[in-house]
Design a binder for this molecule. Structure first.
Ligand SMILES: C[S@@+](CC[C@H](N)C(=O)[O-])C[C@H]1O[C@@H](n2cnc3c(N)ncnc32)[C@H](O)[C@@H]1O
Length: 396
């Protein structure tokens, strides 16, 4: 991928940009193999799933800089001044097309860009997410509600200029700190969710919920998990760190691709974000999936408080350990307590999807009773060293 910003030294975020794409992929595979080592070598390495090497990011998180009349949407340089990256080639084409109109909106609504060195101004970030059908969710991260009336009064202009915008919200971040959003969200449109349709499943995404960065690779990830789960055919599954329910909803219908012993599959999704849980419940309801439930809880707390006296997968107990657990934690991994609980539980299979192979390997070290049956790298983040790796574990 060629990038003018990179060539001009304006942005160095894509640290692998000067490596040919096949070399990037080979290096990522080698890194995961190396970290898993002999002790966790899978019986089968599946070929890495790759997608487009540009135009794949479904979410842009742009810092607002510059002035009201000439705003920049991009990053800040070393002096805290805005660098405009609206043409960043990692973003989907729909996001790239929308960014100039969003910059014009900053000017129309007189949103003063936040000046980090002087701690003055209102507009901190613009976040844009594009759904597979081309709809957009736009979030303005502001320091306060001061500019809200102007933003509301210019909103009809924005919705006319960008008819694909389905959801607009304001997120409030009053503190001067290096985070991308605050906790308070004010939705300005009738629609509150963006529908992410993948693999035959509609995932409803609310403004503050996590979604996998690369839609094509996310679809492959969920399809792979569903294939493994269907081959094992468990009656009961937990999806820990479930977000808006991507894994849970993809594995909820037993035997989508093959025959199953079960009329339905009991699935429980656990996630700390109440907003993501609300989205997941809405998606399950709309899909008519009555045997899938979601709860807002800490994954470790939920698992460790499950009844270990009940047989794994015993129907109707609700809190008995399931036959199969899916985990997809943040970069820090599942940690010693949850890994230790899985090790000592009666759970037969684990599907571990990880965005950090270092913590994947250390978590596997804490689960010596499991063999890695199969593993696969998913190139979710081309041009950067980041990757997703998923492993199917079976109790020995
Ligand atoms: C890598 S994301 C995975 C989301 C989801 N599986 C998906 O495919 O979109 C990790 C998720 O874990 C959630 N999370 C973070 N800490 C958690 C915890 N202690 N217990 C449960 N969920 C947690 C985050 O809110 C986030 O949604």
């Amino acid at each position: 991928m060629q990038c003018d910003y990179f060539d001009a030294g304006l942005c160095r975020s894509c640290t692998l940009l000067d490596r040919p794409y096949p070399v990037q992929v080979a290096e990522k595979e080698a890194r995961v193999r190396d970290l898993l080592g002999e002790r966790h070598a899978p019986s089968a390495w599946l070929p890495t799933l790759t997608g487009p090497e540009s135009g794949f990011r479904n979410k842009a998180k742009m810092v607002v800089g510059g002035t009201i009349d000439e705003p920049t949407l991009g990053i800040l340089d070393g002096r805290g001044q805005g660098v405009d990256l609206r043409g960043c080639g990692l973003h989907t084409s729909g996001i790239q097309e929308a960014l100039p109109t969003l910059a014009a909106f900053v000017t129309r609504a007189r949103l003063l860009p936040y000046d980090v060195p002087r701690r003055r101004g209102e507009a901190k970030y613009v976040h844009v997410t594009e759904s597979p059908s081309g709809e957009l969710m736009v979030r303005f991260v502001l320091r306060s509600e001061q500019a809200l009336p102007r933003l509301r009064s210019e909103l009809p202009w924005l919705l006319e200029a960008l008819p694909r915008v389905a959801v607009v919200s304001v997120n409030l971040l009053p503190e001067h700190k290096a985070v991308l959003e605050g906790t308070d969200e004010i939705v300005l449109t009738d629609r509150e969710t963006l529908t992410m349709h993948l693999g035959g499943v509609d995932l409803e995404l609310r403004p503050q919920s996590f979604f996998q960065t690369n839609t094509a690779i996310a679809a492959g990830l969920y399809a792979q998990a569903a294939e493994w789960v269907d081959a094992i055919d468990p009656a009961t599954v937990w999806d820990l760190y479930c977000g808006v329910g991507g894994f849970a909803l993809h594995v909820a219908r037993p035997g989508a691709g093959r025959s199953s012993r079960h009329a339905h599959r009991e699935v429980v999704g656990i996630e700390t974000s109440e907003e993501a849980v609300a989205s997941a419940r809405g998606s399950a309801r709309r899909a008519g999936l009555e045997h899938v439930r979601f709860a807002a809880d800490d994954a470790t707390r939920f698992a460790t408080s499950a009844s270990t006296s009940a047989e794994p997968g015993s129907p109707g107990t609700g809190t008995a350990p399931p036959e199969l657990v899916i985990v997809n934690p943040p970069r820090r991994g599942i940690g010693a307590t949850l890994a230790g609980w899985l090790e000592g539980s009666g759970v037969e299979h684990v599907v571990y999807s990880s965005c950090n192979p270092v913590t994947l390997a250390s978590d596997l070290d804490a689960m010596p009773s499991f063999d890695v049956v199969a593993a696969r790298v998913f190139d979710m983040f081309p041009q950067t060293p980041h990757l997703e790796a998923m492993a199917l574990l079976r109790r020995r």
